[in-house]
Design a binder for this molecule. Sequence first.
Ligand code: NAD
Ligand code: DAU
Length: 337
Amino acid sequence: MSTILVTGGAGFIGSNFVRMVLTEQTDCIVVNLDSLTYAGNLENLEGFVDHPNHHFEKGDICDGPLVEKIIDDYSVEAIVNFAAESHVDRSIVDPGIFIQTNVAGTLTLLKAALDKNIKRFIQVSTDEVYGSLGEQGMFTENSRLSPNSPYSASKASADHLVAAFGHTWGLDYNITRCSNNYGQYQFPEKMIPLMINNARNGKALPVYGDGLYVRDWLYVYDHCTAIWKVLRQGKRGHTYNIGGNNEKTNLEVIGLILEKLGKSTDLITFVKDRPGHDRRYAIDSTKAMTELDWKPSVTFEEGIAITIDWYMQNTEWLDHIVSGQYEKYYESMYKDR
Ligand code: NAD
Ligand code: DAU
């Protein structure tokens, strides 16, 4: 048996990771620390909250004594840090909480990991730390960090702290940098679930700028399998890029969603662009594929079909998520666009 502390395990990727581990790794105990912000929801773990190998702890990664107590109480061996403020648009409106959670929170976890002799620390980072690409090329692990948004700047700061703890005190760590994820349980502030939700309700689809921004989409389950491989086989102190090799413009993705839902392209509405909007991301995952023998399990066409079906079969989840605060968020984020 091994015991891992997963932070942010009630969010989108974290909950998919927890579900995957509990299903596929019967010898692993998962302690899930999540403060349940607007993005964290135990409904994302339906059917798994009471799993005998799952222990949920509601709390903040910035709370050092709590993190240390959890490590002691459960004899935690490794930490996988998903907990973060994750939405670029929110970071443009209110960057402070991004520094608090993504930078100070990671520092708190790192200090606890060092004090408690944690065997491995996995920092779940993002391709956005590399900045934006022109028409050609891909990000490799050697690309320069050049973050453009408060969100990506906070994630890059955290990456530097993780590496500094490895360099200075010998912490055994890995950093993973992944491209855009899509799939089940993603909060509908992000482009794909937001467009699915609006389309199903016959609401306008707010496309930023010219809609020709490019993202490299990866099915969330495939991100989770990569993180598991890094945890088990990653070389000490190494960074691994994880991507889907699925570059699509936003308009291509939105067109596919409308087609699958049988809705008209008339719903597409071009709105004011995101300030500082990164034009293109593309990830070179050669290192993860060759060193860890990882590869995505589905193509984008397969993954997006599964995803759209899931949202349409889980409208109760969706309706619950978009009730209350979400209405207020949507109103304030989109009113001046
Ligand atoms: P999310 O916003 O869906 O979930 C974040 C989770 O962290 C939530 O459950 C929230 O309650 C929790 N959390 C926030 N602040 C916390 C705190 N102070 N203490 C404890 N828990 C806290 O995010 P996501 O999309 O699942 O992303 C997870 C991680 O993966 C993030 O670190 C993000 O930067 C990274 N990432 C995301 C993507 C993507 O496409 N979504 C791609 C690459 C990397
Ligand atoms: O690349 C990895 C990153 O992907 C993660 O680190 C972030 O946590 C995650 O949120 C995501 O960031 P993006 O900004 O790329 O994702 P988002 O879904 O917000 O936007 C995807 C694209 O769609 C982007 O070009 C902006 C555009 N967009 C987004 C929204 C919400 C729109 O055109 N309209 C919208 O309403």
